[in-house]
Design a protein around this ligand. Structure first.
Ligand code: UT7
Length: 325
């Protein structure tokens, strides 16, 4: 059975841009180091009044507009975040209330940078089982609020933002095939053995604090390239396509060198990789839907294209989804 269809997308960024030069004026780093090692040139940082929920609400409204739908058309909201407004309730319920679709299913998913892949796959699965007709799938983060701004090895890498897509349940006529629009195949993985390579050193049940992000970047990098290449090959095989059939890869935007290395391993031309890490830095769960929205709105991704989403993050968690637009 072909999976749910992507109907529209939207995104939102905080108003304040912070360049590498601004960071270099505050900590021991340089524009040259950041660009050469990561490809990042700037990031957006949330200001007063801007939160994960406010960014998510703006992205959700843009996605509804794009799809020509009203909030009352939504049966399910799945929001991926590692930086919720509150420990509970779920940020998804704040979004729901702001949109005015109270009563539908709404919950958060915690899979850090892979959160959007987990949210998309969960929503697709629920729609396939008849739990609703349309889902709002959101990735939204304010990682600036969990960074240690004195740790140059992490604080230069992340930014804030949100992206959203609308999914519609597949038609029940049994039609299937790689040419039909919809989610064609998805794979998710996790390996808790690597918890300490990328984590936050606080939490309600341990320190009663929010904590700060800690990362052993070089080791995460090594795992990312291997895990992403493996999961991409699994999804390609599940869908019965070849890597050449893929029109666009929309990857998690952690590091331009990871994007290059992953595309190279699969033999996919770098021109087919959507890159926004230079503008947004790493926005964790928001990065994939943000990049997708940018490439759709600038006309690169069109109806009928075969698009691969992929991400890897803390946990470790990783996954990929192949979607015919
Ligand atoms: O989103 C979840 C997934 N996350 C990722 O995928 C991140 C994966 N990792 C990476 O992207 C890269 O490993 C980093 C960008 C984090 C680091 O790049 P690297 O090439 O692996 O650098 P490194 O950690 O090996 O550090 C090289 C040098 C070190 O100095 P020494 O020990 O060689 O003297 C660091 O102290 O660069 C130094 N360094 C910096 N220098 C200037 C680290 N951070 C900075 C900085 N500015 N901001």
């Amino acid at each position: 059975m072909t999976g749910s269809r992507l109907l529209g997308s939207g995104s939102a960024l905080p108003s304040r841009v912070v360049t590498n030069a601004e960071l270099a004026a505050q900590i021991d780093t340089s524009d040259e180091w950041i660009v050469e090692r990561t490809g990042i040139r700037q990031r957006y940082i949330a200001g007063d009044g801007e939160t994960t929920a406010s960014l998510a609400i703006a992205a959700a409204r843009a996605a509804l507009d794009d799809a020509g739908l009203a909030a009352s058309d939504i049966d399910l909201i799945v929001l991926a975040t590692a930086t919720p407004d509150n420990t509970f309730p779920a940020t998804a319920t704040k979004v729901q209330h702001a949109l005015g679709c109270n009563g539908c299913i709404a919950f958060d998913v915690a899979a850090v940078c892979s959160g959007f892949l987990y949210a998309l796959t969960t929503a697709d699965s629920l729609l396939k089982t008849g739990m609703g007709t349309r889902a709002l799938v959101i990735g939204a983060e304010t990682f600036s609020r969990i960074l240690d701004w004195e740790d140059r090895t992490t604080c230069v890498l992340f930014g804030d933002g949100a992206g959203a897509v609308i999914l519609e349940a597949p038609s029940q006529d049994g039609a299937a095939g790689a040419d039909l629009p919809g989610v064609l195949a998805s794979r998710l993985h996790a390996d808790g053995a690597n918890h300490d390579l990328l984590y936050v050193d606080g939490g309600p049940s341990t320190t009663q604090t929010v904590g700060h992000l800690r990362m052993k970047g070089r080791e995460v990098f090594r795992h990312a390239v291997v895990n992403l290449a493996n999961v991409l090959n699994e999804v390609i095989e599940d869908a019965g396509i070849s890597a050449d059939d893929i029109d666009w890869i929309v990857p998690h935007q952690a590091n331009a060198r990871i994007l290059d290395a992953t595309a190279k391993k699969l033999g996919i031309a770098p021109e087919k990789v959507v890159v926004t890490v230079d503008q947004h830095a790493n926005t964790s769960a928001a990065s994939v839907p943000l990049a997708y929205d940018v490439a759709r709105r600038d006309g690169r991704i069109k109806a009928g294209d075969l698009v691969m989403f992929e991400a890897m993050g803390g946990g470790f968690t990783w996954g990929a989804s192949l979607v015919r637009i």
